[in-house]
Structures are given as C-alpha cells and as structure tokens.
Design a protein around this ligand. Sequence first.
Ligand SMILES: *Cc1c(COP(=O)(O)O)cnc(C)c1O
Length: 232
Amino acid sequence: MIKENLEKIRESIGKVSQKVNRSINDITLIAVSKTYPVSDIEQAIALGCRDFGENRVQELIDKIDKVDTPVNWHLIGNLQTNKVKYLIGKTKLIHSVDSIKLVQEIQKQSIKKGILTDVLLEVNVGRETSKHGILIEETMEYVKQISGLSHVRMKGLMTVAPYVENPEENRQIFRQLYDLSVDIQKQKLNNISTGVLSMGMSNDYEIAIEEGATMIRVGTNIFGDRNYTYSK
Ligand SMILES: *Cc1c(COP(=O)(O)O)cnc(C)c1O
C-alpha cells in the first residue's frame, strides 16, 4: 500500500511542479510518520524516503533510536520549552518555533551542545484560535530576535492551513505565507533565510506546490488512516 501511495504522490508532485515550471528537486516530500509503527518507516525508507516528520518529542526520539538508516528527522508539532533539551542535535529542522521563550531555549541548549540548530517560524496564517503559530503581523519582530542569535538559524516559514473540503480554499493561505517570506527576505537580515516554505498536507499539497512550497508534509496519503496511538 505504501508503495502504491508513494508512487501516486510522486507522480502528482511531478505533474504539478511541471505545470507551474518548478523543478521537482526543489520540493522535499516529508513523510509524516506520527502514530505509525517503525516498520512503516522502514518500508518508506526502502522506497526512497529520507525525510520524516513527527509531532511529539518522545515518539520522535524513540523512533530515531530504532531506525538504523540515517534519515532527516523533522519536528513538525508543537514543541514545549522543557522538551528542547532532549531534541537538540537530533533534528534536521524544527518547523514549529512560535515563541521567544522557545527560541531562547533552543539557543541555550544548542550552545551547550556546540551546534547550530535550524528552525522555521510557524505562522498561523488562517488566524485559527485552535492552532499554534504566530500571527503574520508579529512575524518581523520574531525574525529580528532570531537574527541576533548565535546558535539558531532561521531557514524559512511553516504554516498549518485550515482543514477545508476544497483545497482551493487554502490557496490564499499559502500565497500569504509566500508573500510574507518575500517581505522578510527584503530585510536582508543576518542569519535569516526564507528559502524553506513548509506548507501543504495530504489534502492540499498540490495547491501548496503551485504557491511555492519547498517542503510538503504528507501523512495519511502515504501511510493510511491514523489510529492515534503509537506504542513502543
Ligand atoms: C499530521 C500532520 C501533517 C500530516 O497530515 P496528513 O493530513 O495526514 O497528511 C502535516 N503537518 C502537521 C503539522 C501535522 O501535525
């Protein structure tokens, strides 16, 4: 099943990127493996996946221990400040930075380990009260704060779009995140790049690619329905 699913998604990524004149090499498919067993991750690795997204620190660390092949791990879910110390040094990218306290803790733990940690700012473009992320109008303030840090490097922006029946409805959301990244880039701040746009999930990744996504986060369409319990 995973094999057929991946073939379908790769084909559609190819089609959509061609349609909007983008190279498929500029789009990273993150297989969102939260709640799925390690055996599913290993299957996906055998089929060429090298980027995996998880949204809980504990589950992520457990899976990192169990998966032998070196792959890129992405933390895409909300990160609590007290969990940062377990995570630092283990991720390719933390997608969910949405508070100054959090970014300061990432800086502190990265200094301790002597490493540079790459992050994205999570923006709540749709202004949903149920969602994490900062608001568009707050973004520049955060970017300036991160710019001054020695061990945290901003690589771009992330958003979780609203759940909609028709993915077209999220086009405006993705476009706003893209526009915001252009505005940030114009500031030419130290330590700040906007090359990464993490947006689009199973339901709407094609629209996200059309609007400039460089990372799409796809779970259900690869691994099937989630049952929301991961047991070690
Ligand atoms: C679960 C999750 C996804 C993947 O969602 P699907 O609809 O299963 O593709 C993407 N991004 C985040 C932040 C998630 O928590």
